[in-house]
Design a protein around this ligand. Sequence first.
Ligand code: DPM
Length: 360
Amino acid sequence: MEEGPYKYMTDGNGKVCRVIRIGTRKSQLARIQTDSVGDKLKDLYPHIQLEIVAMSTTGDKILDTALSKIGEKSLFTKELENALERNEVDLVVHSLKDLPTTLPPGFTIGAVLKRESPYDAVVLHPKHAGKTLETLADKSVIGTSSLRRAAQLKKRFPHLEFKDIRGNLNTRLKKLDEKDDFSAIILAAAGLKRMGWEERISQVLEPADCMYAVGQGALAVEVRARDADILEMVSVLHDPETVLRCIAERAFLRHLEGGCSVPVAVHTEVKDSQLYLTGAVYSLDGSDSLKETMQTSVAAEDKSQEAVDEQVQRVGVTASKVPGGAQDRAERLGVDLAVLLLSKGAKEILTVARQLNDAR
Ligand code: DPM
């Protein structure tokens, strides 16, 4: 048997095989997301042994504070990364939108899976069935602790009020249904679908009402950057179009120096080999905002012209099977759009938003 920090097991035929351990948060959504990636790996590699290791993270423990107020950037990821570092797990499944745009050294995103709906959805208190944000009564209270959602929706629906709501999806739906505090809550459509609660979606928000968060709706697999075997194994899970969109979105957010605590929103689309990125920043009440769109070609280029460097990470993502030139252009697009918004005053808007949010 090979020496090393890994765990091995003997299968029914006396053959020694490596056990692949997947780390996950304990919430039901995290378990569902992890199982779906585990099932895909099982289909692709029927001989591997999978083991799921569940743990709590800071983000799961601090339930009474809005996410945007807890200074820590890697709220949902730190404990899982510690376990990766100590070889207690070999890969970790996250919602891409919870992963900081700069990962700690030694880690990389080895797969970004095909994106589900990236849009936000309205879930109504049952007594308001049939209503929309537009038709809810004046001063109806909407639950969200996302500065991004609140900023856009305050501007668009000035008759509504917005209050923080925390906890995992189960807790939030319970708070909505069993109390009278909220008329509706806003959640990512992708999470609701994965939980099997699609029928609770009464309205999917159009980009004109609410643009989504960077990486929203996509799952990411984080691994040790030096673990070539695991990187190779998970690399087949990459969805090329999702990878290019998310590299552009993450490059945009990183260059703006935004985290999960600033009102930044995006929209991306690939059409006829063109990648379109719309990005926006908002003041907390949405009254001040900047929004621009740029595009770039993501056509697969002539191989001979392409500098192949399999080790390059772009905004934390390693995707050696996706054309490197297209990845470079996607990253450049995100940076260029951020530069454009910064030249128009994005920094001032975000600085004020951060200060006001900290003072809340
Ligand atoms: C981040 C935000 C939220 C999560 C901020 C934002 C929502 C917080 C809130 C960065 N992470 O979106 O502007 O509403 O108080 C989260 C969810 C999912 C991943 C739940 C949700 C599931 C969807 C996905 C929490 N992270 O947004 O409804 O995989 O993208």
